[in-house]
Design a protein around this ligand. Structure first.
Ligand code: NAG
Ligand code: NAG
Ligand code: NAG
Length: 374
């Protein structure tokens, strides 16, 4: 099912965007341009910012942002493989084993550490053979990158020790959850673990990760409103919704993404039927002319008629499920915003047809491109 969907969306996009086909030569030139952009950023990080998490491009130095993990290198591992740079992949994979330590006094985002550190290490582990790394006996159930991913994930588990099973948003990697930590977590921060945690459990044989992710998912499912929607921020101790805007963007987005991708990865009907139920309510209450608005989660009344750049993943998710007509129509809406500005503003007011005050920025988010590639 997936290949024709991808091809159809790509053909449609290219014909609409460029109104013509690319020749082989032009494709090669674009490919080369993308590679040189990657190496410009990657080598500059190595020259000026390693071992910090990120490069500051104006001061040209490094800083720790989400922890102290040389995060850019972890992020870049799979890209190095996609670009065919096996020697650099191997060099970085062994460098990370020496340089990264998760026994550190750092307050880390549970969500970001999972999707980037645990997820990045797991995918590098699974791709290691294709990157020419020598595989340990027992791979894929054994290997240095898998052990690193497991170490990182274990540091996140204390965040889930709440009565509801829904995690705190922040955990100290050395000391666990701080007594003064807020119990308010965004929806995505509760529901974005099943891919990494179930992969970890199935590779290591320790069920704790998958069980933890599933417990958080089912607690979240129980909190949906009578009309079938979830809000934006929840108190993981009292299970009360603190921010009651329901939509598909910031604060929620990857919860829906992980239900669908979890259903596909694990061939899990329960995850799929959760998504289908949410989708019925989302289509019913938030969709207008193939735009998706924000509504009050209990009443279904519109609270914010905006499109956010983070929502641009949605057509990709719909095409994963084979709902191509709707995906294309929504993508067309989003792409009209892209054409208006040459990129997506963080918030776009649909009735005004313009950016929302103070939310005009575009922090180079990949969501729209992700929908094309899906
Ligand atoms: C791989 O990346 C390294 C570091 O940027 C670079 O020196 C090397 O030329 C690259 N190799 C290939 C085959 O692109
Ligand atoms: C982590 O957060 C707690 C609570 O806000 C704070 O007391 C502590 O100093 C922080 N630790 C670090 C290393 O930032
Ligand atoms: C759709 O919304 C209407 C109210 O606007 C409601 O009566 C109906 O039950 C909803 N259907 C679904 C499937 O959510």
């Amino acid at each position: 099912m997936r290949a024709p969907v991808c091809a159809a969306l790509l053909v449609w996009l290219l014909s609409d965007a460029a109104a013509r086909d690319f020749t082989e030569e032009e494709m090669a030139a674009v490919r080369q341009r993308i590679k040189s952009m990657f190496y410009h950023a990657y080598n500059s990080y190595l020259d000026h910012a390693f071992p910090y998490d990120e490069l500051r491009p104006l001061t040209c130095d490094g800083q720790d942002t989400w922890g102290s993990f040389s995060l850019t290198l972890i992020d870049a591992l799979d890209t190095l493989l996609v670009l065919g740079n096996h020697t650099e992949f191997q060099r970085v994979a062994s460098l990370l084993q020496d340089a990264v330590d998760f026994d550190i006094d750092v307050n880390a985002s549970v969500f970001e550490t999972n999707i980037r550190v645990v997820g990045g290490l797991l995918s590098a582990h699974l791709l290691a053979g294709r990157g020419g790394m020598e595989l340990e006996p027992g791979w894929p159930c054994s290997g240095p990158l898998l052990r690193m991913a497991e170490d990182a994930a274990r540091k996140l588990l204390p965040a889930f020790q709440t009565p509801s099973g829904m995690p705190y948003g922040t955990v100290n990697l050395l000391r666990g959850v701080s007594p003064s930590e807020t119990p308010v977590t965004c929806t995505a921060g509760v529901g974005t673990f099943i891919l990494e945690f179930s992969a970890l459990s199935r590779l290591t044989g320790d069920p704790v990760f998958e069980d933890t992710a599933r417990r958080a998912l089912s607690a979240l499912w129980q909190t949906r409103s009578d009309i079938g929607l979830v809000g934006n921020h929840i108190d993981v101790l009292s299970r009360k919704w603190v921010a009651q805007d329901a939509g598909i963007g910031a604060g929620v987005d990857s919860y829906f993404e992980y239900l669908v991708k979890g259903a596909i990865l694990l061939q899990d009907q329960e995850l799929l039927s959760m998504f289908r139920a949410y989708d019925r309510a989302i289509q019913n209450y938030t969709r207008f002319d193939d735009w998706y608005l924000w509504v009050q989660m209990h009443k279904g009344t519109v609270s914010m008629p905006v499109f956010q750049s983070l929502e641009a993943f949605w057509p990709g998710l719909q095409s994963l499920l084979g709902d191509l007509d709707r995906a294309v129509r929504t993508f067309q809406n989003y792409y009209s915003v892209w054409r208006q500005f040459g990129g997506l503003p963080e918030f776009y007011s649909i009735p005004q047809g313009y950016t929302v005050d103070k939310r005009e920025g575009y922090p180079l988010r990949p969501d729209q491109v992700g929908s094309v590639v899906m």
